[in-house]
Design a protein around this ligand. Sequence first.
Ligand code: FES
Length: 136
Amino acid sequence: MASHVVASVAEFPPGSRKLVEVEGRRIAVFNVRGEYFALNDRCPHEGGSLCAGKLSGLVVAKEPGAYEWTRDGEIIRCPWHGWEFDLRTGRSQCDPRTMRVRRYDVHVEHGSDLAEELQAETFPVKIENDYVIVDV
Ligand code: FES
């Protein structure tokens, strides 16, 4: 598994989302209150873009009549037919055992730690008798 830089933290504030393409895969990345989540953008139902969906939460009840709103912004609702997926697990809310969308790990690294990864590949060059030689 390879890591890929997809955005700077400065251009990706809490409450925002970004659709990125990595190795041919469309991945929806979400910043929920400073915590990052990434899911395959393609809804497993009929292919709707999860990045274009609405973020929601869950209503739970410990007993009849005692409802509580939880996990605000951690559930993505597909814009096409409303299937919902947990950003933390990728699992469907209605059938979590069998239906899910692929999730990806996301982390933040300081720019100085990425300095070597962000450099262009270089090769030594020398001139011998009027020929330019690139060593690869
Ligand atoms: S395509 Fe996502 S719910 Fe139908």
